[in-house]
Design a protein around this ligand. Sequence first.
Ligand SMILES: [Zn+2]
Length: 418
Amino acid sequence: MRFEVSRVLDTIEQRLTTDVTLAQAVVDLADVARFQDLDGGKGISLMRIGMVLDAFAQYLMDGHAMLYPVVGRELLSDAGFTSKERMVLGRWIDDGRIEATPMTGDRVVEIADFTGMPIIACRDYRQFAERFGWVTTEPERLLRLSPRPGKAVLTPWIDGVPMPAESTRARATFAAPGRSEPPEDGPHRVFAARSRQAQTRVSTRAIEPAAKPSGLGASLLARLWSCPEMDCPSFSDFRRIGQPVPRMLKGVAACPRHGEPLKDAGVRPAEYPVAVVIDDVVRLRFPVTGSRPVTVGRSLDDPEDISLDLWLHEAASNWISKRHARLDIVDGALRITDHGANGMLVWRRKEAGGAAESSRLYPGRSATLGPHDSVELYTGVELVPGNRRVVGGGPVVASDVRSVLVDAPTVALRARDR
Ligand SMILES: [Zn+2]
């Protein structure tokens, strides 16, 4: 493998977060960094997190799958890291992209319990079954990381043994009814912009997360928390992204980094993750919070807004306005407002994977989005709320989910070439 280490680490960084609104699985990063059999390389390496991200992206068919990494503080002093790796690790910890805790213990399982996220597991977690019974009764919430030639794969634990990768792949494909016709070629489909059919190519099947948050987790997630340490990367005003979930220490909500009891800072406002799905593959995921609306369009200057131009072929680019849609939160619900010239389609579903009915959203109008709805800006260009597994009706092409390790330096070029 040839790649530029710094650029790969920068790409990996974009997929790590301790914001529970965006994260999709929790992982012990120290276990991954020390998993020498993954690549047969040196004793410890941060690049292995890239292999995990690739495996997770392939597992979910989600090109922007995001991880909540936890590390024990001892990892920082491991002499096997290069100075570059140690510097990057320190930055990720300071930025709140990974959670550093004095003792990992059962923290990974606790986060999974409080949020409903699956665990990416390099070890057996059954020792924590006394506090978290589901590690034995719902083993499918654990995804076992194993090496394969040149890559890593994830397989759910069933009855204590991981399922073979092939049957997992088949299951993911067959679990996607709803579209009978094979997908047309993405970038070469021809649309006369003004005579576009109000029919979507994609019937997005959304599968809910592994589990619901536990009762205790739900009550913790309903509040905002404040750490007495002024510059705490997890629970202070200094933090720029959404909060993680507290750690329970002696029955008290505590900061996982500092061990101090956290102060209840009021009701947590509603936040929604939204995925940009292009030709059935998630390309980007961003949060919509109460603090400011997010504008989505062909090309926007503000880095906090979402520009789609990287992924649009010519016809889609002609159709989608520079400022096309605005997402905000009204009365705790996610709302979309059309700001473009051509309107959009809102697909309504009563349940995950259920039949979808479309309604047209005309320019200037707004719609509130339910938990299973999606929005089609143009055929094959969708906004999908929720950290759900998104599977298009046709066979999703694995190569559409790009590797952070191999493709990182050229991803922009390739996307523009399409
Ligand atoms: Zn703290």
